[in-house]
Design a protein around this ligand. Structure first.
Ligand code: ADP
Ligand code: MG
Length: 249
């Protein structure tokens, strides 16, 4: 894995570390991560629960601050930015999809999708949101609230919301983790279709090896270390898949 700074990358990470203070003392979650992801690339991150995958995503998306190391997002170094500048960068360049959908409960499907476009000052936000919801097959669900939608439908709303502002980088943290395998596959199909069409860079955390293999690269997080996957999956991934099968059953 390269540790050369590249200004042309969507994401460039050099010697990234993250420690937190707990009741037992200091805990180092990420231990010297180097990563280079080109614009438009799709990268899967596998690895056991607690290995640091979500922490890494939070740092890459400028939601959290590293203890050491540097991150460049679309050529811009994150460390000199203040909170306001980080928020502006996120709004412009980054979207998220979560396992738990994270829609706003009190807003309709249409309003949820419109929200980032409105915040970004797009003037035809409603038309764009309707078109995006059409793309994910939800034109008949515009005025439904999240609680009136199935899990798969909620995640389709989240995908429409994630793509409406044409992000440079989309972070998907176990996007199919709460869905049965049929809905999981549908969500994955939509995600990859929109990703390829819009040349978005996709960073996908998943326990699902099949889903990971649809990405161009597979990385494995193990106890705070990130490595390119070489050959067959390691034994800990087998356990993760068993966990997933149990959830699906
Ligand atoms: P993953 O997404 O791979 O399951 P996480 O990044 O969520 O892993 O967490 C990695 C480890 O760091 C876990 O052991 C978690 O409990 C710990 N951790 C994450 N954030 C904090 C925090 N703010 N304070 C203490 N421990 C944390
Ligand atoms: Mg996680």
């Amino acid at each position: 894995m390269s540790n050369v700074v590249s200004k042309n990358s969507a994401i460039n990470v050099v010697n990234l570390e993250k420690s937190v203070t707990t009741q037992e003392g200091s805990l180092t979650i990420l231990k010297g991560i180097n990563l280079d992801v080109k614009q438009g690339e799709s990268v899967a991150i596998l690895g056991p629960s607690g290995s640091g995958k979500s922490t890494l995503l939070g740092l890459l998306a400028a939601l959290d601050t590293p203890t050491a190391g540097e991150i460049w997002l679309d050529g811009e170094a994150l460390s000199p930015l203040n909170e306001e500048q980080k928020a502006a960068l996120r709004k412009q360049k980054v979207s998220f999809i979560f396992q738990s959908f994270m829609l706003v409960d009190t807003l309709t499907a249409l309003e949820n999708v419109m929200l980032p476009a409105e915040l970004a000052g797009v003037n035809n936000a409603k038309e764009k949101a309707e078109a995006m919801l059409g793309r994910v097959g939800l034109s008949h669900r515009l005025t439904h609230l999240p609680k009136q939608l199935s899990g798969g439908e909620q995640q389709r709303v989240a995908i429409a919301r994630a793509f409406i502002c044409e992000p440079k980088v989309l972070f998907a943290d176990e996007p199919t983790g709460n869905l049965d395998s049929v809905n999981g596959h549908k969500i994955a199909d939509m995600l990859f279709e929109l990703n390829q069409e819009s040349h978005t860079t996709l960073i996908l955390v998943t326990h699902d090896l099949q889903l990971a293999k649809r990405c161009q690269r597979q990385l494995v997080m193990d106890n705070g270390h990130l490595q390119e996957e070489l050959g067959a999956p390691q034994p800990h991934n087998v356990n993760d898949n068993l966990e997933l099968s149990a959830k699906e059953a």
